[in-house]
Design a protein around this ligand. Structure first.
Ligand code: BLA
Length: 231
């Protein structure tokens, strides 16, 4: 269902010389017992990104997920890109969360690296929501302008692709504009990125879902080796 988002991403990867990294077969694609839930994963890297992972989960008309996270090289202090888009078929609810996830909550850092999210929210009013429930701490690794859309399918058809394109362009553009770090050393960037993964592994509601579909053994390995690696 979110294949068009995957296409947008792949086009950008082609343009910007990304290479795809081989994944173990059971991470590339994994099915639950009756193949009603199929997860697919992709991993890329480039000069600017040490790791860019993509996950889709196809649960037919029950559940559709598109999730992607980009980790810049440790020489670049810019935020982590985080996107979580879910379609719950039974309740007919879309949840889209897109953010330039700041490594620190310093106001100047956030203004410099996250404030262009405001342009997107101004243009697409369906996405102008930043209220989170209490799954995550909104002051930890989220920007004040996190883009959240909760709605029905018509929001999705109209705007999601355009929002994602603009969001991605803004994020990738920083690589051409910002050359020097002003807030963090390489060592600090590394430890913040690892701490982000530790924190996310603890909070992410996906693990519970995955355990029910794919079992505890596969899920724990998947979280540790792919979603939130600690190296
Ligand atoms: C919420 N994400 C959720 C929820 C689920 C998932 C089930 C709860 C939805 C609800 O009950 O309202 C599921 N997350 C997944 C799945 C994957 C996943 C299946 O990552 C597969 C890999 N989540 C992220 C990233 C961000 C993120 C990178 O993984 C950052 C943008 C955000 N997800 C995020 C937030 C919420 C959420 C903020 C809570 C939204 C809210 O407060 O309502």
């Amino acid at each position: 269902m979110f294949n068009s988002l995957l296409d947008v991403l792949n086009n950008n990867f082609k343009k910007s010389n990304f290479s795809e990294i081989d994944l173990p077969l059971d991470i590339q694609e994994y099915h639950n017992k009756d193949s009603k839930y199929i997860i697919k994963n992709y991993l890329f890297e480039s000069d600017h990104y040490r790791r860019w992972r993509v996950t889709t989960l196809d649960g037919g008309d029950k559940l559709q997920v598109f999730n992607t996270v980009a980790y810049p090289q440790y020489t670049n202090e810019k935020p982590i890109l985080g996107v979580d888009v879910l379609w719950f078929g039974v309740s007919k609810k879309l949840l889209a969360v897109l953010d330039f996830q700041p490594l620190i909550q310093n106001q100047k850092y956030i203004d410099k690296y996250c404030s262009r999210l405001k342009l997107i929210k101004a243009k697409y009013s369906n996405f102008d929501n930043e209220k989170m429930k209490d799954i995550y701490d909104s002051n930890k690794y989220f920007s004040p302008w996190v883009i959240i859309c909760r709605g029905n399918k018509s929001n999705l058809d109209k705007d999601l692709n355009k929002v994602f394109k603009m969001f991605l362009d803004e994020y990738l553009n920083m690589d051409n504009l910002i050359i020097h770090n002003h807030f963090l050393s390489k060592k600090e960037i590394r430890s913040k990125q690892i701490e982000y993964n530790r924190y996310s592994a603890e909070k992410d509601p996906a693990e519970k879902l995955f355990k029910t579909f794919f079992g505890k053994f596969w899920t724990e390995k998947f979280v540790k080796d792919f979603l939130f690696t600690l190296t």
